[in-house]
Design a protein around this ligand. Structure first.
Ligand code: NAD
Length: 342
């Protein structure tokens, strides 16, 4: 089957072509533009379209796809908030996603942010390249014996907790749906959020973005945290009220901030804007602080995750092409489920 692969980069082409050669025989048509209403016609006559987190499958884009013969929409990601599932259902477009790929990729990146901030590796690297071998300003703290808060103890949160346990940390967890395996890690227990905020040296967010979790880290939450807390977010940008975080950094309440996701990242991430004047003043302010490390939604970006994403996406395409049920199909009703859209 022909698949219009919107918004592809070199690495997408590499991993999708390899997976297709191994497991399928689809005709992959690689396109650079993002999907939206102005580009949807590029898929004219092509039965399937494949999109990523920063495409925009709104009702108008879907209408254009359907009018031009596209019947299937394949997400090469877990999240699906970029797609109007109601419109897709009305237009008879079947939609699938990749619900899980490598949770290790994200958990390990979160740990990377912890180490980078604590031991100031981002500064040390530049200093040594500059023949500056002084240690002033690079002091960190032992992770051993520190208390780490894990908010959301699902696939990624559990792995993050296990790695931090390996460092000898105490673990406090919070989850709307507690999971017995978390407390079995050892030195781990569930608490309510105020107790977690009050007692943790490091807090890492691993819950999904839902109405209940949007801006859960706000002025009030930050005020309850330990002075100098390290806050890590590899989950979704909107879990943190960025302006409140900036106030927290300025007051010293937040001693370190490591983020792989940002509230307004759709206007920035995945593009080379190095020759552009960034118009987002909040982002620029955040970048200016010495105790903030930002990566651009790269936590998932490992060979293993990209292979898994390509293989599952093409398996979803096989199911649709053969008119079979697809375990990863997204039905409109699923959007009202409150649990865990990753
Ligand atoms: P998961 O579904 O396995 O785990 C999410 C956990 O959050 C579950 O245990 C769930 O019960 C819990 N939860 C739900 N509502 C909650 C609430 N109100 N408060 C606290 N916890 C709540 O998902 P996962 O695979 O571990 O992914 C976690 C998050 O990581 C995703 O939601 C996604 O936003 C993010 N993610 C980021 C990247 C990246 O590249 N940065 C890649 C993949 C996933």
């Amino acid at each position: 089957m022909k698949i219009a692969m919107f918004n592809t980069r070199r690495y997408d082409r590499e991993f999708f072509s390899a997976a297709n050669a191994k497991h399928s025989s689809h005709e992959l048509i690689y396109l650079e533009p993002h999907l939206d209403a102005t580009t949807a016609a590029l898929a004219a006559g092509i039965p399937a379209a494949c999109i990523f987190v920063n495409d925009d499958a709104n009702a108008e884009a879907l209408r254009i796809l359907a009018a031009n013969g596209t019947k299937y929409l394949l997400h090469r990601c877990a999240g699906f908030n970029q797609t109007d599932l109601k419109a897709a259902a009305e237009l008879g477009i079947r939609v699938a996603r990749v619900p899980a790929y490598s949770p290790y990729s994200v958990a390990e990146h979160a740990v990377g942010l912890v180490l980078m901030l604590n031991r100031k590796l981002y500064k040390a690297y530049n200093r040594v390249r500059d023949d500056n071998f002084a240690l002033d300003g690079l002091m960190g703290f032992d992770l051993h014996g520190r208390t780490v808060g894990v908010i959301g103890t699902g696939k990624i949160g559990m792995l993050f907790a296990q790695i931090m346990h390996g460092f000898g940390c105490q673990l406090l967890g919070y989850d709307a749906y507690p999971n017995l395996a978390f407390e079995a890690i050892g030195a781990a227990r569930y608490v309510e959020l105020p107790e977690l905020f009050e007692n943790c040296d490091i807090i890492s967010l691993h819950c999904p973005l839902l109405p209940a979790t949007e801006r859960m880290i706000d002025t009030n939450a930050i005020a309850q945290m330990k002075q100098g807390v390290m806050l890590i977010n590899t989950s979704r940008g909107k879990l943190i009220d960025t302006k409140a975080a900036i106030e927290g950094i300025k007051s010293g309440r937040i001693g370190y901030l490591g983020i792989d996701v940002y509230e307004q990242e759709d206007n920035l991430f995945f593009e080379d804007l190095s020759a552009t004047v960034i118009q987002d003043d909040v982002f620029q302010l955040l970048q200016s602080y010495p105790n903030v490390v930002i990566t651009a939604h790269q936590a998932f970006f490992t060979q293993d995750a990209l292979s898994a994403i390509a293989e599952t996406t093409l398996a979803n395409a096989n199911c649709f092409e053969q008119g079979q049920d697809c375990a990863n199909e997204l039905k409109y009703e699923e959007k009202v489920v409150t649990r865990a859209p990753a």
